[in-house]
Write a new protein. Structure first.
Length: 275
């Protein structure tokens, strides 16, 4: 369950035309008018217009203020600052740096305390940086090549040699994961994430792959992951947590995914397996 460094993070480069087009794109993505953004940022629609068209250079403080009201990811805030001619504000500390000892220790305690239920920590390109014994249990039978570090959660789940053959509602779960990645790609100019998406989206889906695979009781409050393990059907609903107001790119892109038993039979099986 040791947290391991995940290599280079998703890259993001700022275009040469300045911060204006980037800010306009973020504003349009958030479906805000120039006036609405100006009111939130305590500015004027005229100034926002001048910034977006390049007629005015925003101050460093204004770039950060607009980025916050537009909910721009931390990595992309650095890109905005660079495009506006300022130095990046947010560090990108390697996960194995001593400065993040407290973060690593806290994450390990968190996912260990969640046992016997599965939990893992991934970075911005779904590299698994920590996992508990609940996750290890589900990986029985996975192709050894997929278990060679660095592990990737999307490959482990969707690859034909991974969990995919045991996922009873593969089409629905696959669609959910691909849509999740598509939402991230809309927020990050990340070549590595785009490459991963194209790879896993191209994995073959058997014509006989099951549909909803409900087979009975399915929670109506969330899409379950239904997977077989040792001849039993386990059902989970997942939850993803991120850090609140992170000031470091690496920390901002960490996510903790936990899997909660969706029925009593699954909870009972996990408890019995753990003991």
């Amino acid at each position: 369950m040791t947290i391991v460094p995940s290599g280079a993070a998703p890259s993001s480069t700022a275009p040469a035309q300045g911060a204006g087009p980037l800010l306009r794109a973020w504003r349009q993505r958030r479906r805000l008018s120039q006036l609405e953004l100006a009111l939130r940022a305590e500015s004027s629609a005229r100034h926002i217009s001048f910034v977006e068209t390049g007629r005015a250079r925003p101050s460093e403080e204004m770039v950060l203020r607009l980025a916050e009201h537009l909910e721009v990811p931390v990595r992309e805030r650095n890109a905005l600052l660079l495009a506006a001619g300022y130095a990046p504000r947010f560090t990108e500390t390697p996960l194995d740096d001593p400065a993040l000892d407290g973060v690593r220790a806290g994450l390990e305690r968190l996912i260990r305390g969640y046992e016997p239920y599965p939990a893992l920590v991934v970075d911005g390109v779904y590299t698994v940086v920590a996992a508990n014994r609940g996750i290890a249990m589900l990986l029985d039978g996975v192709d050894e090549a997929l278990l060679t570090p660095p592990l990737n959660a999307m490959r482990l789940t969707l690859h034909p040699g991974g969990l995919a053959p045991r996922v009873l509602n593969l089409r629905e779960w696959r669609g959910h994961l691909l849509h999740q990645m598509e939402r991230q790609l809309a927020l990050h100019r990340s070549p590595r994430l785009r490459e991963l998406y194209e790879e896993v989206a191209a994995y073959p889906v058997p014509a006989s792959a099951p549909g909803d695979g409900s087979g009975g009781e399915v929670p109506d409050f969330a899409l379950p992951l239904r997977i077989t393990h040792e001849g039993r059907t386990l059902s989970f609903v997942s939850s993803i947590s991120t850090f609140n107001t992170p000031m470091d790119v690496t920390v901002a892109e960490l996510a903790v995914e936990t899997f909660l038993p969706a029925d009593p039979a699954t909870a009972k099986h996990l408890q019995a397996y753990a003991s």
